[in-house]
Design a protein around this ligand. Structure first.
Ligand code: FAD
Length: 467
């Protein structure tokens, strides 16, 4: 009889994993507590606007394109050029973020002194310290404090909603540390890697779908089968099975006001770390503690619209990011209607704004009205719009994006060690090895493949996290 695998969580990690396991012939059931699949990937249609409530786009990587091709979504794909200008707000103006050596020379985001420091980077000695280096420490050491403040920190806000002083350089941006270790310089490593990548570099495209990002989880769930993806099914707890119970683990599920129990040979926890911690309680207190310690700052995401004529800026590009201490609270603004077609009705523009994160956790205590006020004020300052926007969606995250803080790698090792004592329990999700949609797909696929190819549901090689 096929092994019964229960995947908890129908975000992109859980669905990718479930899809791969099911294709290999395993008996898979997905349990999702909310009434819709996709986790943080949600698209809303509001009065003719296509609003991405969570992520706005994903980077096309080989693993993502493979999945899209397999589930027949190629025809739905829309791409934007990843070389679209990104802007950074500095001293009252939007400046294009420098994307190459020439632009670094001419950018107004850095002083002459900072530029000189930047171009001396290939001669900076590799890190000699004994303790793990923060991202801020790494960037300051190699590129200087201005590059950190005006270029890297805003980018970190855009990706992690994070604080570079608290993130681990090695865990949050492993490629930077790898370049230093391998080539003795980030710039040298970057140039080598660009030379090595064959053209055309389709993988650098930013992608979405005609009807928005939710298309991906929706179609994945359809492929798995509605009868196998149970919505509104919250897993309240799990424990090792006893005596004659089916499967190695018994899950306690609440659905439609009723409580059920379900046996599983293999359980993949594909939730956020803090939810996985709740479920790990009855299995291992160490595992629970390690998972609960992953930090997630609060964040608010807002989609707003204006009539085109109301915005003095041409909005040609991806959008803009804001360094701290520029008198603007929002972290960044994506010009959604400039990125992909069909996002706004004719004559309107659609913007997605993020506010909060590790550098501004107080946003969690603001009312919706105060958040909208702050955004309106900031759009006046940055884009020169004089009127209040039409607010289409406002989404609050108590726990938004996991922070790969100092000690992240050591935590993953301890988690792996604990999982070795729990045969048949696996973890997948964005708090392990990369937060982007592409990373979630890649690592869930790797995890599923290891589980399939080692035929290992009892435990040897395939053990553990989506590592
Ligand atoms: C605001 C925001 C913007 C982002 N922007 C981008 C972007 O532009 N590009 C990009 O590549 N990435 C972006 N990301 C990151 C990326 O979207 C996420 O890392 C990824 O989608 C997470 O997927 P996941 O499946 O690991 O987790 P989730 O999406 O969190 O899914 C976990 C699922 O588990 C369910 N669940 C939890 N507990 C239980 C339980 N007890 N029982 C049953 N079900 C349970 C939840 O309801 C949820 O559906 C963004 C993230 C956020 C939050």
């Amino acid at each position: 009889m096929a092994k019964r695998v229960v995947v908890v969580g129908a975000g992109i990690s859980g669905l990718t994993c479930a899809y791969r396991l099911q294709r290999s012939g395993l008996d898979v059931i997905v349990l999702e507590s909310s009434d819709v699949v996709g986790g943080v990937i949600q698209t809303d249609n509001e009065h003719g606007f296509l609003c991405e409530v969570g992520p706005n786009s994903f980077q096309g990587t080989p693993e993502v394109f493979d999945l899209i091709r397999e589930i027949g979504l190629e025809g739905e794909l829309v791409t934007a050029d990843s070389r679209l200008a990104r802007y950074i707000f500095h001293r009252g103006k939007l400046h294009p973020a420098p994307m190459g050596p020439g632009a670094l020379l001419s950018t107004k985001l850095l002083s002459l002194r900072a530029k000189l420091k930047l171009f001396r980077e290939p001669w900076v000695r590799p890190y000699q310290g004994a303790s793990e280096e923060s991202l801020a420490g790494f960037v300051c050491r190699r590129f200087g404090p201005e590059a950190l403040r005006n270029l890297v920190a805003p980018f970190v806000s855009g990706v992690y909603a994070g604080d570079p002083r608290c993130l681990s350089a090695r865990s949050a941006f492993p490629m930077l540390v790898e370049f230093e270790e391998k080539y003795g310089s980030v710039l040298r490593g970057f140039i080598r890697s660009v030379r090595k990548t064959p053209k055309p570099r389709r993988s650098r495209s930013l992608c979405s779908f005609v009807k928005g990002l939710h298309t991906l989880p929706r179609v994945l769930a359809e492929k798995i089968g509605a009868e196998r993806v149970l919505l509104g099914a919250r897993v309240r707890g799990m424990r090792p099975s006893e005596g004659t119970q089916i499967g190695a683990y018994t899950l306690r599920i609440q659905r439609g006001g009723e409580n059920y129990e379900l046996g599983a040979d293999v359980v993949v926890l594909a939730t956020s770390a803090y939810r996985a911690a709740e479920l790990a309680q009855t299995l291992s207190l160490t595992l629970e503690r390690e998972l609960a310690a992953v930090e997630y700052p609060p964040l608010a995401g807002i989609c707003v619209a204006y009539k085109k004529g109301a915005v003095p800026h041409p909005l040609q590009g991806f959008g803009f990011l804001v360094p701290r201490d520029e008198g603007v609270r929002l972290l960044g603004c994506i010009w959604s209607s400039s990125l992909f077609p069909g996002r706004a009705p004719e004559g309107y523009v659609l913007l997605s704004i993020f506010i909060g994160g590790s550098v501004d956790p107080e946003v969690a205590s603001l009312s919706d009205h105060q958040v909208i006020e702050a955004v309106t004020q900031d759009l006046r300052t940055t884009l020169g719009v004089q009127i209040a926007p039409r607010v289409l969606t406002l989404n609050r995250y108590g726990h938004a994006i996991p922070q790969y803080g100092l000690g992240h790698e050591a935590r993953l090792s301890r988690i792996k060690g604990e999982l070795q004592k729990l045969p048949g329990v696996f973890l997948a999700g964005n708090y392990l090895r990369g937060i982007s949609i592409g990373d979630c797909i890649k690592h869930s696929t790797l995890m599923a493949n290891r589980l399939i190819h080692h035929g290992d549901t009892e435990g040897t090689e395939a053990h553990g996290v989506g590592l």
